[in-house]
Structures are given as C-alpha cells and as structure tokens.
Design a protein around this ligand. Structure first.
Ligand code: FMN
Length: 184
C-alpha cells in the first residue's frame, strides 16, 4: 500500500501500511499524522483574562465527565494564548459550523488581535460567545494539569447552548478541513 493524501499529495514521514514503534522510526511527525486520522470537530476557545479578550482555534478538546460536568482543552505551551489562559479564570468552547471555515483560519493565525472583529456576546463567565457558532460551552477553569509540551485545562461546565440545531459542523481530518458526509 502506498502513502498519500486523498488529493494525491505525499504524507511526509507517515508510514502507510507499515508499523512505526518507539524502537524504530517513530517521531512526533509520525504520531501527529497517525492521531490526525482521528476526525474531530473544530472549536474556537475564547477567554478574557482581564487584560485581553481573545480566541484561538483548537481541536484537542474532549468531554471528561458528566457528573460533575467537566471537559478538557489542551493548549501548546509555546502559543501566545498559553500564558493568558494560565492567568484566566474561565474559557468558552465555541463549536464551529461548516460555514465558519474562514473564522477557524483567522483564529489559528499568528498575531490575531483580540476577537478579530468577529461579533460576540459575553457568557456568564465573561468569556466571548461567538455569533454563528453551532453551539457553545461556557466553563470555569477547575484545574491545570501537566501534559508534556501542552497544558491540560479542565473546565467545569457552567452553561451551554445549541445555537444552530440544524447546522452541520466544521470537521478536521488528516490535516485538512472537511464537511460531514452521511450514510445513505
Ligand atoms: C484545526 C486546528 C486545530 C488546532 N488545535 C489546537 C489545539 O487544540 N491546541 C493548541 O494549542 N493549538 C491548536 N491549534 C493551533 C493554534 O490555533 C495556533 O497555534 C495558534 O493560533 C497560534 O497562535 P500564536 O502564533 O499567536 O501563538 C490548532 C490549529 C488548527 C488549524
């Protein structure tokens, strides 16, 4: 089996059809390519640390617990958002709809200023809730956990809303944005 993206471009160091282990050629790029095969939604994490009101695109999020209601976000220690979230008390997870692809790119870019002119309201915690998001989850930061080159922020869920029940999500898979397909 030969390696390549669906569009025919090569996959870098990812070994398709052969195993990479820590004893052989496994490196962080190979791991990233493999875990990137796990399809996710796309969110913009938003916060207000008292000095800045900002957002950052993130897909390393997961629900942790229903009772109590907890979710986690994983933030790279190298990004400009990291020190701000270390000082924040809360964040919101804005789950993006399929038509918010440009917004995802904006909040994934370096040097984005504040909320980049995107309309929003403030949630109960003061975190921005982005207009047009499919749904939002407003959280207080309950814990910050060590996660290698990332910090895991555990959020206690304070409020939620499904803003666009009929909208389909923006997806991310194998390094590219995707949209939902359905079985017939
Ligand atoms: C689809 C997608 C998902 C991302 N998920 C995360 C994530 O979960 N955690 C993270 O730290 N960075 C994530 N990023 C990268 C950040 O959005 C990006 O590094 C950040 O906006 C860079 O900001 P800076 O240059 O101001 O530090 C993701 C980027 C994209 C495009």
């Amino acid at each position: 089996m030969s390696g390549g993206r669906l569009d025919g471009s090569p996959l870098g160091q990812c070994q398709i059809g052969s195993r990479m282990t820590t004893e052989s050629a496994l490196d962080s790029r190979g791991y990233r390519d493999a875990i990137g095969r796990f399809a996710t939604g796309v969110t913009v994490i938003t916060w207000d640390d008292g000095e800045v009101t900002r957002g950052m695109t993130a897909n390393a999020i997961a629900s942790i617990s229903l009772d109590p209601m907890l979710l986690m976000i994983c933030i790279d220690k190298k990004v400009s958002a990291h020190p701000q979230l270390m000082g924040a008390r809360a964040f919101a997870v804005n789950i993006l709809a399929h038509d918010q692809f440009e917004l995802s790119k904006t909040f994934a870019s370096h040097g984005v200023e504040g909320m980049a002119g995107v309309p929003y309201e403030r949630g109960q915690t003061g975190s921005p809730l982005i207009e047009g998001a499919l749904a939002w989850i407003d959280c207080e930061i309950a814990e910050r956990l060590e996660g290698g080159d990332h910090t895991i922020f555990l959020g206690k869920v304070i409020a939620v809303s499904i803003e666009r029940p009929e909208a389909t999500p923006l997806l991310f898979w194998a390094g590219r944005y995707r949209s939902l397909g359905e079985y017939a």
